[in-house]
Design a protein around this ligand. Sequence first.
Ligand code: DMJ
Length: 615
Amino acid sequence: MPVPSSLPFTVPSSRKSVSATSFRLTEKFILLLIFSAFITFCFGAIFFLPDSSKLLSGVLFRSAPAPEPDSRTGTDAEEDVKILAKIRRDHEQALLEAKDRLQKRPEDIKQDIMSEKDQVLRDGPGRKASSDQGLPDIQYLRPPGATGREPADPDALEKRAKIKEMMQFSWDNYKRYAWGANELRPVSKQGHSSNLFGSLKGATIVDALDTLYMMEMYEEFEAAAEWVEKNLDFNMNAEISVFEVNIRFVGGLLSAYYLSGKEVFRRKAIELGEKLLPAFKTPTGIPWALLNLKSGVGRNWPWASGGSSILAEYGTLHLEFVHLSKLSGKAVFAEKVMNIRKVLNRLDKPQGLYPNYLNPNSGQWGQHHVSVGGLGDSFYEYLLKAWIMSDKSDDEARKLYYDALKAIEAGLIRRSGGGLTYIAEWKGGLLEHKMGHLTCFAGGMIALGADGAPGDQTGHQMELAAEIARTCHESYARTNLKLGPEAFRFDGGVEAIATRQNEKYFILRPEVIETYMYMWRFTHDPKYRQWGWEAVQALEQHCRVDGGYSGVRDVYSNSPNHDDVQQSFYLAETLKYLYLLFSDDSHLPFEHWVFNTEAHPLPVIKRESSDRDQL
Ligand code: DMJ
């Protein structure tokens, strides 16, 4: 590129006869005119030169000839030089910014634009948006299949009706003995709260909303909605688990909104989402596990290796936060979860596996423990579901999921001597031949992802999913109560059996039934309904008590010893998945809905929908 031989820093001699004042004005005007032309020229240059801003600042400006002395006073000349220097600095800055922008990848540019848009939405023209004002008007369109037809098969119809009765019983007892509390103690007939929710209230109400709706229990749904409107409050000095509050409360509110269209749920979900944002104030943006809703101060679980955040916790925010952005018009939610993905992408994965612990300050892994059960589980689930929820447009999520599954197959999935396939855990390079009840969700996940598997893996992945379902069924079948233990082992001469006393309990968890439901949808093999029905019978026989449903302390004992807790996920997940197992596939069809890890259905964001532009 030709470099101009001289820069317009001197006054042309033909103008020297004009009076002093007008002379300076004309002079300035010409100077500015020429300088603008020069800047336009330089600006154009950055489109052609790979590193033109450096060239402009380092060569053009620094090597430009010094201004020649003119006839004006020293002060005037100094002032002009100062003005020009400032203009030059500003333009250098503008050039650098423009170049920076050009070098960014399109998705980064989109993120920047979203941040700007977000700021406008947040602060508004002359109005500070608060959580219950300033939300964009959106047209509510109920996605298909929110409620289902009655199954044509009379057997399925009858079983489905029984499951609805179980929901009614759980709900009525919660309402009678624990209304407004987080959970019910069905034996002692009183309210219960674990430390996961701090002083936040109503976990069962929010977790149950969508189950009530899809089972067409509208009166109960209305009562729950009224409680949410009048009593669900987040303005309290409460230290909560970010993960639990996200999957149960944010997820529950979002689903209730998408199913019913009631604005109160959208408003509350966004308000709570905003309350969770301070959790991301860490050097890496990897959120804290625990957050005080009032002070916005976060920390990690004291037991977590080296102050780490937990993979299954910070990795299980994506679906809800993307929907929060969609419903609020605020990009900040989606940005937070995309940043988590960026941090993970930069890290080396030991044998392609993701350790459960990550330090949010250093951005480095903690202990090298890997699990598809507790501490790891729903991270993998959300990679797959992020892809599905994006109407299969989020290719990065897709790749991350299938790569992770490949590493899991190579490193963790084993077959026992008795022919049972299981997913072991990995601790510092050594395999622990134990599988958790939590890990049993993986059968459903693998089945859900089989269709999109790369290469010709679909059939193989469906077989793998079926084998995991069978192993998990065995873990139920080999107990006295026909309910599955918290963890079961494949060593010391046993297979699919818990050997430690503290792994023998059952707390009404959903994962095995969840896998039956997915397997039924994809295969229609009647054994999955049969296995689900066995679980219903065991729940009725051993967990149903006068005041609701309770977990049991030892599934190998002959008579149940109740733990006196009706977990909120029993209503959100276990009963919902059972109901869907005996429903038609058109009820909450997978084509339109994705279940969050607490079984709250969220709509697939269709490629053609206009509001996906916000994401
Ligand atoms: C639920 O809260 C969620 O499924 C979570 O992902 C882990 N498991 C519990 C129920 O077992």
